[in-house]
Design a protein around this ligand. Structure first.
Ligand SMILES: [Zn+2]
Length: 188
């Protein structure tokens, strides 16, 4: 086995993330990338370290070693860890989902590669949404976050036009999402 920094491939960026398992447990895992299914749903490819018994043929017997397991969690069942920067984590959009989302907004961009952050057309067809955050017990309510309509970080219950979004952003206590670069709203 080789060792040393100079021969190691550059490490892909990862970030800690909270995952809610099907049985309701919350665990802390590592986020490797995010990807979009063809139906538009977002998934988080994550890994957690479990245990495994490894047989040592040299004769010292079985021993326990960490064993990394990778799986895809639905975006609805992960929560960011406060203070973590997710902007370097790769994002893979689905071309089929993108084409479907834009259907009805002019010529179908079938030849266009999926782009991130989502394109802002600058006409009155852009849509945005607000994500509200639940406060931890005994703390003041955290700021709400503005997202592009196609951003997977939150989920859109109600879509706003650009004019409506700008009105909301003029109020205190609203932040802009860095993942979908919703700050473009204010930069014109
Ligand atoms: Zn966003």
């Amino acid at each position: 086995m080789k060792s040393g920094e100079d021969t190691a491939p550059q490490e892909a960026p990862t970030a800690p993330i909270r995952i809610r398992l099907p049985d309701g447990q919350h665990i802390l895992g590592l986020l490797h990338h995010r990807f979009q299914g063809d139906n538009g749903a977002w998934f988080y490819q994550v890994s957690v370290s479990l245990w495994s018994a490894v047989h040592d043929p040299a004769g010292t017997g079985d021993r326990a070693e960490p064993y990394d397991v990778s799986f895809a969690a639905p975006a609805s069942h992960v929560q960011p860890v406060d203070g973590t920067d997710y902007t370097r984590i790769p994002i893979r959009r689905s071309r089929a989902a993108l084409v479907r989302a834009r259907a009805g907004h002019g010529p179908a961009p079938a030849a266009a590669a999926p782009s991130w952050p989502p394109a802002v057309r600058g006409d009155d067809t852009d849509r945005w949404y607000i994500q509200t955050h639940r406060a931890a017990a005994g703390t003041p309510p955290p700021a709400s976050t503005m997202h592009h309509a196609e951003c997977f970080v939150g989920s859109a219950k109600e879509l706003l036009t650009t004019a409506q979004a700008l009105q909301v952003l003029a109020q205190p206590g609203i932040t802009v999402c860095k993942v979908c670069d919703a700050g473009r709203l204010q930069r014109g």
